[in-house]
Design a protein around this ligand. Structure first.
Ligand code: GAL
Length: 620
């Protein structure tokens, strides 16, 4: 199915278009240049709430009508913003409950953007009214191709502790637990005298003297993702009612921790995401983008996604913001297509002359477009994408799945652990080995249907429900190959230890028992020797004391009091095999292990050639 029914066999190409920042005379020039560049879609007016609704009683759509008409005349479709991402100042002055509050009790004020609490009744009321008016106005407009709801939910305001959020959090908990006793049991409040007698005693996890209750924090993260999702659903319901058949989406950013994108995906008609690799990091940037594309594509299997924002060249929000060297913008755009995108869009069409983003490169810059290297590349890409339109609708088939769960991410990153574990970094490190070998990878939740995969890699599945462990067991028993890694199966969904020995519900599947965790300090290592070829590799960051319970050791630690303890094991389980890696190895050691499991699973690269060297020479 095409992601945009109005652009069925065309790769969407364009960017955020913010005409409210410009006099109307510039709009005509914009139309001419968009046609020249091959633009066929714009995300229109994302931050224009103040212009659309200058005060509580006044709506002003005339200017937007003219832009929509101009775009139609130019043959350009619109992914129309619902305009709710940055409320106008009058709103927070008159209705201060709109404003979010951080964990220290500090209110975040207007003067920037995203200054709203997801639980604010006033914000919700004004957003719903506005979306209804927009949908009523443009429901039959020929330019309307899709809806772009809000913008990067939770990017800047990743949580809110306002009075409204506190009340809504209590209601969410009530719904989840039913009784205060259930909540006390799940949160383990017997510890440190945290027992609650009444719902009204419960707070959002605000600043406190020492480490806060982990389950309370985890539930607050779940609540926050749900609260933003409800805002999205509120807008979507209005749009579906008034414009049935017009696709609705929002722009995700996968590493924004506050959103569990997997629970959002069913609510999105197509997945759209913003990808901003750091040009300074060279090849690592390309892998960062590849991992992001794979994770986003996997949210809706067998359906293309849209790269809805990328930078034409430089941004401004890193310490150092170099431009993308010649050819890199094209390369990274084609990379998105190859990994399943049906659209290549930018932030933004025309670089601003004022405000906080004026040094972010636009498709059109501050100078004469005819003399701009970036615009020349934009035009060339537009022409090239037209020739690639037969790629639309194509999907990626993977035989390898990497397990990635936002809930694990939240839980493992809470304070008071044996060591800080960079879950998403470790996941990306494992993904990179497949990327380098041209082996396609899907990202899955541990409860996913796994029978379509030959190999499943599950990094640090710290939080694991029993039924998800059963799902992994089923996969292996039917013949699959699993590679699980350290600090897995430790806690249940309430962040409470699974008793009886680590790795909890995975113990039988992996055929091992973990007795102790040994986090390694900066620069501290242990040597690991492979049993088969005797090769020695270096273990870093984390190691474990492992006992065999049916599994076979494939490598051992050589140093320290746990010398001789297995570092890598293999367990036959039903028709399949489950491997367990209890440490992080150096590059070569890890490559060896992945080679082993890839071979065992019979997975082959889509391109048998060595990884094609990037034309991008920057960075490392
Ligand atoms: C994105 C955001 C855009 C713009 C862009 C600048 O994250 O969605 O509105 O701010 O960054 O790089």
């Amino acid at each position: 199915m095409p992601i945009l029914p109005k652009l069925p066999a065309t790769i969407a190409y364009g960017g955020d278009y913010n005409p409210e920042q410009w006099p109307e005379s510039v709009w005509l020039e914009d139309m001419r240049l968009m046609r020249e560049a091959g633009v066929n879609l714009v995300s229109l007016g994302i931050f224009s709430w103040a212009k659309v609704q200058p005060d509580e009683a006044t709506y002003n759509f005339d200017w937007l009508d003219r832009v929509m008409d101009l775009l139609t005349q130019s043959g350009i479709l619109v992914c129309l913003a619902t305009v709710t991402a940055s409320p106008p100042p009058w709103m927070s002055v008159k209705y201060p409950d709109v404003l979010p509050v951080d964990a220290n009790g500090v209110t975040l004020y207007h003067g920037s953007r995203q200054h709203y609490s997801p639980s604010s009744p006033s914000y919700r009321r004004f957003a719903a009214q506005l979306v209804r008016k927009l949908a009523e106005r443009y429901r039959n407009h020929p330019a309307l191709a899709a809806w772009h709801v809000n913008n990067e939910y939770a990017c800047h305001t990743s949580e809110c502790h306002s009075a409204s959020s506190t009340v809504t959090f209590r209601a969410w908990l009530r719904q989840k637990y039913g009784t205060i006793g259930n909540l006390n049991a799940a949160w383990g409040t017997a510890f440190w005298s945290q027992v609650y007698g009444d719902w009204d005693e419960i707070l959002t996890p605000r600043r406190a003297p020492h480490d806060r209750n982990p389950t309370q924090q985890l539930d607050f993260k779940r609540f926050t993702s749900d609260a933003f999702l409800q805002l999205y659903q509120m807008e979507k319901a209005i749009l579906n009612e008034l414009t049935p058949g017009v696709p609705v989406t929002t722009n995700l950013v996968w590493f924004i921790r506050a959103i569990d994108a997997r629970s959002w995906a069913p609510e999105m008609d197509f997945i759209a995401w913003d990808c901003y690799p750091d040009p300074l990091t060279g090849h690592a940037a390309e892998h960062f983008a590849a991992a992001g594309h794979d994770i986003m594509r996997s949210l809706k299997k067998n359906q293309p996604f849209m790269l809805i924002e990328q930078a034409p060249s430089a941004v401004t929000w890193r310490q150092i913001n170099p431009p993308k060297p010649p050819g890199v913008m094209r390369l990274w755009s084609l990379q998105a297509l190859a990994r399943g995108a049906d659209g290549v869009m930018f932030f933004q069409w025309r670089a601003s002359i004022s405000g906080a983003e004026k040094y972010i490169t636009g498709m059109i810059g501050h100078g004469d477009p005819a003399q701009s290297r970036v615009f020349a590349e934009i035009k060339a890409l537009g022409a090239e994408l037209k020739k690639l339109s037969n790629l639309t609708g194509t999907v990626v088939h993977s035989r390898v799945a990497v397990v990635f769960d936002w809930q694990v991410c939240w839980a493992i990153e809470l304070e008071a652990k044996p060591a800080r574990i960079d879950y998403s970094g470790w996941t990306q490190e494992l993904h990179r080995h497949f990327y380098e070998r041209n082996i396609p990878v899907d990202f899955v939740h541990p409860d996913a249907e796994l029978d379509q995969y030959d190999l499943v890699v599950a990094p640090a599945l710290y939080l694991l429900r029993k039924q998800d462990a059963e799902n992994l067991k089923l996969f292996v028993s039917c013949g699959g190959t699993l590679l699980a890694t350290y600090f897995s199966g430790i806690v249940d969904e309430n962040e409470q230890i699974v008793l009886g020995g680590y790795p909890g519900h995975l113990r039988e599947l992996l055929g091992v028992r973990i007795e102790e965790w040994i986090p390694l300090g900066e620069g501290q290592t242990n040597s690991v020797r492979f049993t088969g070829n005797g090769a020695v590799t270096t273990s870093r960051e984390w190691s474990e004391v492992v006992h065999l319970e049916g599994a076979k050791a494939l490598a051992h630690y050589e140093d320290d009091f746990y010398a001789g303890s297995p570092a890598l094991t293999e367990n036959v389980f039903g028709k399949g095999k489950a491997f367990y890696l209890s440490t992080k190895l150096d590059e070569l050691g890890l490559a060896e292990i992945l080679k082993l499991v890839i071979l065992r699973a019979g997975v082959v690269p889509v391109l048998e050639t060595p990884t094609i060297a990037s034309s991008f020479q920057g960075g490392t």
